[in-house]
Design a protein around this ligand. Sequence first.
Ligand code: ADP
Ligand code: ZN
Length: 530
Amino acid sequence: WSSTDFPWSGKVTEVLNSVFKLDGFRPLQHETINAVLSNEDVILIMPTGGGKSLCYQLPALVKSGVTLVISPLVSLMEDQLLALKALNVPAAMFSAASNKEEVNSIQDAMLNKNAKLKLLYVTPEKLAKSKRFMTKVQKMYGLGRLSLIAIDEVHCCSQWGHDFRPDYKFLGVLKGMFPDVPVLGLTATATSKITIDVQKMLRIQGCLVLKASFNRPNLYYEVRTKASSQEECLKELEELLKTRYCDQSGIIYTTSIKDCEQLMHELRKRKLRVGCYHANLEAKFRSEVHAKWLSGEHQAVVATIAFGLGIDKPDVRFVVHHSLSKSMENFYQESGRAGRDGLRAECILMYRLSDVFKLSSMVFTQQTGRQNLYNIVEYCLDAYRCRRAIIASHFDEVWKSQDCNAMCDHCCNLKERKEMIITPFCQAFYQLISNAAANDIKLTAQKLLDAWYGKGAVNLRVRSVPVPSFSRERGEAVLGHLLIKGYLQEDFHFTPYSTISYLKRGPKAAAAMSDKHNITMHISGKSVPT
Ligand code: ADP
Ligand code: ZN
């Protein structure tokens, strides 16, 4: 597919150079463009920032007629429209915010063979809900003017993804309506389960799937256990920003708006130059913070995931996750904002079990949401594997152990690792849970751990359950492990103000009670306390 012998090859190079002002292709761009121009349906999987948009923008200019681009985020479409305008490429957007005049002029252009329009951006909602617009698309097709259908963030079709959107379901009708128009689906989400689901949804089963590597060799990945006291945790962050990342630029991600503001104030008290960024701030204020960060006035932005879209700062040297991400995809994307310039940058995740429950009660209604969360917990807890190998396997990529090049905390510091049998601890948890239930009490993870360590309410402790001989931190790891493996499970309780996560026996409880069944986890160090 990378051949330059296609009839359109000359034109492709010309458009690349003269319209887009680029000298060459990034990996997989040329392949995708050739496949699309051969009228193949394609799913292109490429990390954010890899250059997906060129893969439909360029064919749109090589083909006659109009390319329909379906994208869920109006702000991203606006960014693209501005960029295209600067390149003198005729493009338009049709959204809920379009006024009558715009709508009319777009609809005229769709049906007029002399119109210049090359790319028409539209939200999936608009396509699904506006019958009138859909009729126009059909007419445009009838006139032979629909050249390509590009679907951005195509993983939104799949229920398995981290970002399912109901309006994407409607896109399944497109292939039947426009059978000879190629469909190009684009995403940064790479598990094969989702790809297969997306192909089925769009009725392009078995189509060409092109997948770029997700490996970012210049990023160093590390997981740290977050200190239990806020004071210590802040001290660690201060130390990082003042010494290790002194004079360098970065992002600190938090989960909630409240945490975001608090953390910014605390860091400012420690004389750090930081700003904060979240969805509740006014647009004007947000762009000010962004600008101060770009100029270096702010060393770091303390942010929620609202900070991300459109960040194109090449020299981000560190991304610290002050709390867990919602999923591996989110983590990959957020941490991936570091080191776009190809130089070494660091991605540090501060992990604490309590953060898991904060997040899980936010995604409690979705089974897939919880599974996505548990996947990132596994990334944090796995003391056995290279962090990069875990990321690679999540994105269904082949990985060789030497590929890491000591660019993760695990490979940097190869400690002796042992297997610890944790079946008795699992049984201890079950006893504590049953005992509490007999008293009509449900246990949160913290209460369960308290009872295990002989702390908290006396009636929640059980004499026959021995207090563990290892640290609370390791105790938390044991509990986390049992949770993500299905030996424990969360049981949500709803109050008008919050959702509380309690623990109960998981789907694998029966197995855990059998004497022949061994549950193990890896720990570092030589002594194996059991
Ligand atoms: P994605 O949609 O995959 O996140 P974009 O299409 O937004 O990525 O592209 C990311 C950046 O890379 C943009 O600034 C774009 O101009 C740049 N880019 C894309 N293709 C090339 C190329 N072949 N050469 C140089 N820069 C490119
Ligand atoms: Zn490694």
